[in-house]
Design a binder for this molecule. Structure first.
Ligand code: 0WE
Length: 257
């Protein structure tokens, strides 16, 4: 019997087999959850469909988190499929390439707004849509992904750092709003991982090596460690945990020189 046996999970943000969201999907499925996945656009649909088949997950529809109509149609499909929802994973972020290098100071009003909308507001929009489906199941657990750049000024993370700070604050306020309905909201702050998201980042490898050398565990974080911790936080083993940002970063965030 798995630790999330029979739970129904929506996972938003699987792009390919390296995605942290995919690691979460695989571990949830292995621990007995039923999974629904969404995809963003036709190119990623081609990646997500074969992955979904591997874990008998349902591809419930296209979801661009800036599109309210797509959010409504995904949750309508979930209501029809399950008439409820236990778990929601939000693994979505965006900043323009030009805002992930050089000076934060130069970010435009439009780029700032777009990054905040996709990376932080989208959690609020999805949580709002999930609330009635989770209440129908007597509660639920919502999880998002963050990064240390939310609380430290990390070179080049710039706009994403500001958006992740907002995201972590959203986790706290949502946890208060949803707590009375037994819905928990938490974030995992993962270490740097080689995913589609970081492949575009200059000096990523130098940074990753620096973390490995200084972190208490003296090694890189494994993507599967995010999947395992996510499953624990989504499961009833963490029934007393909400509003938190939990670090899955081989301990890096606690060191200093
Ligand atoms: O949150 C992230 C990155 C998310 C991300 C990545 C991209 C690349 C392609 C958001 N938007 C975009 N936009 C694109 O056009 N990470 C935690 C990975 C990451 O990104 C960094 C990092 C790390 C770590 C950027 C600068 C420095 C470190």
């Amino acid at each position: 019997m798995g630790i999330v046996q029979g739970k129904r999970a929506l996972i938003v943000g699987v792009a390919n087999e390296k995605s942290l969201a995919w690691s979460i999907a695989q571990r949830l499925a292995a621990e007995g959850a039923e999974i629904a996945l969404t995809y963003q656009g036709e190119i990623l649909e081609k990646r997500v469909r074969p992955l979904a088949a591997q874990i008998q997950a349902d591809v419930i529809g296209e979801l661009d988190v800036t599109d309210d109509a797509q959010i409504a149609s995904v949750f309508a499909a979930l209501k029809k499929k399950w008439n409820g929802l236990d778990l929601l994973v939000h693994a979505v972020a965006f900043a323009e390439r030009e805002d992930l290098r050089d000076r934060f100071l130069t970010v435009s009003r439009a780029n700032f707004a777009k990054s905040m909308e996709i990376s932080a507001y989208s959690l609020v929009a999805l949580a709002r849509a999930a609330e009635p489906l989770m209440e129908a199941r007597g509660g639920g657990s919502i999880l998002t992904l963050s990064y240390l750049g939310a609380v430290r000024a990390i070179p080049n993370y710039n706009m994403m750092g500001v958006a992740k700070a907002a995201l972590e604050a959203c986790v706290r306020y949502l946890s208060v709003d949803l707590g009375a309905g037994n819905i928990r909201v938490n974030a995992l702050s993962a270490g740097p991982a080689r995913t589609l998201s970081s492949s575009a980042i200059r000096d990523f490898h130098t940074m990753a090596h620096e973390v490995e050398a200084r972190a208490p565990l003296r090694r890189a974080m494994k993507i599967e460690e995010v999947g395992k911790m996510a499953t624990a936080v989504l499961s009833d083993f963490s029934s007393g945990v909400t509003g938190q940002t939990l670090y899955v970063d081989v301990g890096y965030n606690i060191v200093g020189v």
